[in-house]
Design a protein around this ligand. Structure first.
Ligand code: PMP
Length: 318
């Protein structure tokens, strides 16, 4: 596979265009050393009405709020950052794409007490495709509960999507992947379900959707889209509350949500098959089309491509 750095294209940085292969930074770049930065993962989709960025305003607002919470000054407005994301798609002739706007601190100084650091913003966009595999959407994931706890409001900024948070995610994910699983479910420091490595989690039980409240998990934008689609289109009740891992084991259905992941069924957790309460048969069958998970996947696919009139305000033309 060609490395990501080796491709044609343009990366936006601080209002300038850098040729993709020449988009380099100094080795003393502060954020590379301490993880003090923040980013977004955004998707654009091509539909009948052209290419649109999905929920650009919400992603850009979260980026600006993450920077603010980290006390990193930004000189670009939300409007300017949305314009830059649109320009990034146009300049790279992308339709279905993943965008990664990132805020980082420069190489003016190193150390925790460094002063006079410049803030930089970069936006790269490329054709990411499915997050794990095309089969993950139909057949779902097998996950392992992590021994690593997720964040706590008194340890880190749970609402912010900071670069440094992902050490914790990658530790948890790598342990699960090395043990032969697809994903990990992380618990908060008190042992309640928080989220997956880079996605929120939902469960369905007796026709009601449940998802953890946003204390130890990211306030996902896909999570919000799914809550709105479930309530407004499917007429489901959605409860945000503390969830225990055995509730996931015994759920009727469970799934993960994220911009990159979209909606992925969670089929198995710690060897318990979700939905059958009958041991752990291998996950060889696709999920049923009439399941709530499949119906939400369908609605989400329609929403991101502008096929749901009542949710067209989620789209920004590229
Ligand atoms: N939790 C974490 C830790 C994530 O990295 C992501 C992906 N951004 C999510 C949840 C899902 O958030 P969103 O739906 O906004 O992409």
């Amino acid at each position: 596979m060609t490395p990501l750095y080796d491709r044609d294209g343009w990366i936006w940085q601080d209002g300038e265009w850098l040729e993709w292969r020449a988009a380099k930074m100094h080795l003393l770049t502060h954020t590379m050393h301490y993880g003090m930065g923040c980013f977004e993962g955004v998707r654009a989709y091509e539909g009948a009405g052209g290419t649109h960025i999905f929920r650009a305003a919400e992603h850009t607002r979260r980026l600006v709020e993450s920077a603010h919470s980290l006390d990193i000054p930004l000189s670009f407005s939300e409007e300017a950052l949305i314009e830059a994301q649109r320009a990034c798609l146009a300049r790279n002739a992308l339709t279905d794409a993943y965008l990664k706007p990132t805020v980082f601190l420069g190489a003016e100084g190193l150390g925790l007490r460094a002063q006079g650091l410049q803030t930089h913003v970069m936006i790269a966009a490329w054709d990411l495709g499915p997050y794990i595999s095309p089969q993950a959407a139909t057949h779902g994931l097998r996950a392992l509960t992590s021994s690593w706890a997720r964040h706590h409001v008194n340890i880190s900024l749970c609402r912010a999507k900071t670069s440094g948070h992902y050490v914790n995610s990658i530790l948890a994910l790598n342990t699960a992947v090395k043990a032969g699983f697809d994903e990990t479910i992380m618990l908060d420091p008190e042992g309640y379900v928080a989220e997956a490595s880079a996605a929120n989690v939902f469960l369905l039980r007796d026709g009601v959707l449940h998802t953890p409240e946003v204390t130890s998990c990211l306030q996902g934008i896909t999570r919000d889209s799914v809550i709105q689609l479930a309530r407004q289109v499917l007429g489901l009740e959605v409860r945000e509350r503390r969830i225990t891992r055995d509730e996931l084991y015994t759920a009727d259905e469970a799934f993960l949500t994220g911009t990159a992941a979209e909606i992925l069924p969670l089929r198995e957790l710690d060897g318990r098959h979700i939905g059958t309460r009958a041991g752990a048969p291998p996950v060889s069958e696709p999920i049923k089309q009439e399941s709530v998970t499949a119906r939400l996947q369908h609605l989400y696919r329609q929403a991101v491509r502008g096929e749901l009139e009542e949710f067209s305000h989620w789209l920004t033309p590229a």
